[in-house]
Design a protein around this ligand. Structure first.
Ligand code: BYC
Length: 483
């Protein structure tokens, strides 16, 4: 049974469904944080479009249907708010040592620092992605894509609000300091970088953006799904609502790459080119050759795998045991949800070979979530391949081996080919340009990044979408750039 209204209070400065009007202390703390956030958005958010009118969706409820309203908004005036999925009455802790006890409505003292760390890491990724994408507006391939970029950006901003609310409400002074620090760190900064590796990388072009939203936002989905199982009920409710927004971000990535592949296939067909490796001729058509798209996928997949942490992790075991972070779809799994005697197969590097070893299931939870992620990603790749099948082009996209190009975990110490073969440093030095984007590849992609700003028109390297956002017609002006 659900309790609480699913509508959102829009009267105050901060739209919310958490009763901020009755909670002076937290409301005050958020109102103090608000100007710093707006300042961050204006200086680190989308560059050059702060006065444009953008056709954005805003959440107006948290029910399963009809939570979004579309309309033209200037981004700094977007209604960022605090939205939690409705409380489920009688909810119990679904896993770990406290399984079956009533879900916590307050922070359990013994797990305070562990929980704070999880919130801060999650919170840190959200503004980081906005910073990484801030220059992309200048080269958008259409107004439709420009609008999708901004939608993703404002929602990542809202996800930051979601974590900041939890920090401010449940962690007092420490929480306020963490909330300030989330606005202080910067993606790619030498002195004060974002916390996780992939969030300090550059997103230099639109193919990178689509790959990022396909691969890295999907890590967001998996991590949020694991946190949505949390025994700390406010975190569970927050993540459940964030997941409804995350779906659009992955749609942007998946269909973005799909449209790039489609356009390349169409151009090859029109020019009578059958060989996908006839790269110079294909590039001369002004489209991105399929092997280069594969290299970009290799890069983004491997960077994203690093976000799952070490295969064997006591942090992950402790968070599960404490009831704070579960497994993907914990509620649909049918084991004892405690895993004290269970094992799980883990890929390891042994005597220079990739081997599968059983490890205690509790320690292997990062590996397990990563496996679930890989399976989810495979399904998306299969949808890309349907475009290639339909076009009759002899090329298929695939995921590289999990040992390929890793910076964290078991395989960080070795070089591996895309099929998992371990390579020497010399072999890797020769091979890497064939499997990761080279400077030349990146320069070619950069040369295509010319903005298209007429409603209904698209850059030559990407096909138009099949349907418009909110069912708008093909020539709809999604962004009124002059405001
Ligand atoms: N970079 O025991 P381990 C998203 C550190 S994306 C740098 O394996 P654990 C989004 C680790 O902190 C989802 N350092 O770690 C997507 C630890 O340090 P300490 C974000 C790393 O904790 C797109 C040490 O190495 N949410 O939402 O088991 C757009 C030992 O490692 C990295 C979350 O990640 C790294 N990649 O696993 C916008 C959920 N990996 O403590 C948004 C919350 C590990 O020894 N986070 N280290 O000093 C977690 O659940 C876990 O902290 C992690 C790491 C899965 C990240």
């Amino acid at each position: 049974m659900m309790t609480e209204a699913t509508t959102v209070d829009y009267d105050g400065l901060i739209p919310n469904n958490v009763g901020l009007n009755q909670d002076q202390r937290v409301r005050k703390a958020l109102e103090v944080w608000h100007p710093g956030y707006i300042d961050w958005w204006k200086t680190m958010g989308p560059d050059g479009f702060q006065d444009s009118l953008v056709y954005l969706r805003t959440a107006i409820g948290v029910g399963s249907e009809g939570w979004a309203k579309f309309g033209f908004v200037k981004m700094p005036e977007y209604k960022w708010g605090v939205l939690l999925a409705p409380q489920v009455e009688g909810r119990t802790i679904p896993f770990g040592a406290h399984k079956g006890e009533p879900a916590w409505q307050e922070v359990p003292g013994e797990y305070r620092s562990m929980l704070r760390r999880l919130l801060v890491i999650q919170g840190d990724t959200e503004p980081a992605s906005v910073e990484q994408q801030r220059h992309l507006g200048a080269t958008a391939p259409s107004l439709y894509d420009l609008r999708n970029l901004f939608q993703v950006n404002v929602e990542e901003g809202r996800h930051l609000w979601a974590m900041v609310y939890l920090l401010q409400k449940y962690f007092g002074r420490d929480g306020r300091e963490e909330a300030e620090d989330l606005l202080r760190r910067r993606s790619g900064s030498e002195d004060s970088p974002r916390m996780l590796g992939a969030f300090n990388e550059r997103t230099p072009d639109w193919l990178s953006f689509f790959m990022f939203t396909f691969f890295t936002d999907r890590d967001g989905k998996m991590q949020l799904a694991a946190l949505a199982q949390s025994g700390f009920d406010p975190l569970s409710r927050t993540c459940r609502f964030m997941l409804t927004e995350e779906a659009h971000h992955m749609f942007v990535g998946e269909t973005g790459v799909q449209r790039v592949i489609q356009r390349t296939c169409d151009a090859m067909k029109a020019a009578g080119i059958d060989d996908p490796y006839d790269i110079a001729r294909i590039r001369a058509l002004g489209v991105i050759d399929l092997p280069t798209i594969q290299k970009k996928a290799n890069l983004h997949f491997s960077l994203t795998l690093d976000l799952f942490g070490n295969e064997i992790s006591s942090n992950a075991a402790n968070a599960f045991n404490a009831g704070l972070k579960g497994r993907y779809r914990e509620d649909r799994l049918t084991d004892d949800h405690q895993l004290l005697n269970a094992s799980y197969p883990v890929l390891r590097l042994k005597d220079g070979k990739v081997t599968l070893d059983d490890a205690p299931a509790l320690s292997a939870l990062n590996m397990r979530l990563r496996d679930d992620y890989v399976a989810d990603t495979e399904a998306g790749i299969a949808r890309w391949n349907r475009v290639l099948e339909r076009a009759g082009v002899g090329f298929r996209m695939s995921l590289p081996h999990v040992a390929f190009n890793r910076g964290i975990g078991e395989f960080a110490v070795c070089h591996a080919d895309t099929d998992g073969t371990i390579l020497t440093a010399d072999q890797w030095a020769k091979r890497s340009k064939d499997v990761l984007p080279s400077t030349e590849d990146n320069q070619f992609i950069a040369s295509l990044m010319q903005p298209v700003r007429d409603a209904g028109r698209y850059a030559g390297w990407i096909a138009p979408p099949r349907i418009g956002i909110d069912n708008m017609p093909g020539d709809f002006e999604y962004v009124r750039i002059e405001g």
